[in-house]
Write a new protein. Sequence first.
Length: 201
Amino acid sequence: MALGAAVTSTTPCTTVFLLEHDFRRCFELAKELEQDWHAMGYGEGWETDVIRHFNLASQQMLGLWKDLSSRVEVLTKNAARTGDKFQEVSLRVRFAIRHLLVDQADVAEADITDALASWQPSADGFGNQSAWALWTRTRVLLYQREYGKLHEALDADWLRMRRALIGRVPALKPEWFHVYGTYFLGRAIDARDHGRHSESA
């Protein structure tokens, strides 16, 4: 398989995940692509970053939590060791839910905050890492059942998500709409529990 063909072959993998939502197939395709890449003698690069991202995202959607946690831990350490800041930060903010497997929600939140601070601390943009961090922070607060903190902690970032260019990408909307929906469900639960019936309806 030539280099160009290897790069082109990532397209079916991303299409299956983003458009068809066939996460089992994407998981298998990503595994095959990574094996083929290394079989051709190529090393680490943006190609493997992309392939692994969809491999891990598929594991998350399939609920393969134990395997996801183990691999993210290894890949994060490798990325930090080699200076691959993009991959390191992406893994930490996108898959910080791995800390919830051992009931360490505070560690998850701290990991996300630290990762973002090391990424672009002075940047005002709202890109992939900011979006993934927001989705994961939402899931962490819901896991903690901290429904009353959702609005204060996350509403401003959700407004940025809605206005950002990345929020308009059709292929990304299914996942972020889903997380946004759970955000409002959490706020509705808080409203119900505190007698704000007009908000919870």
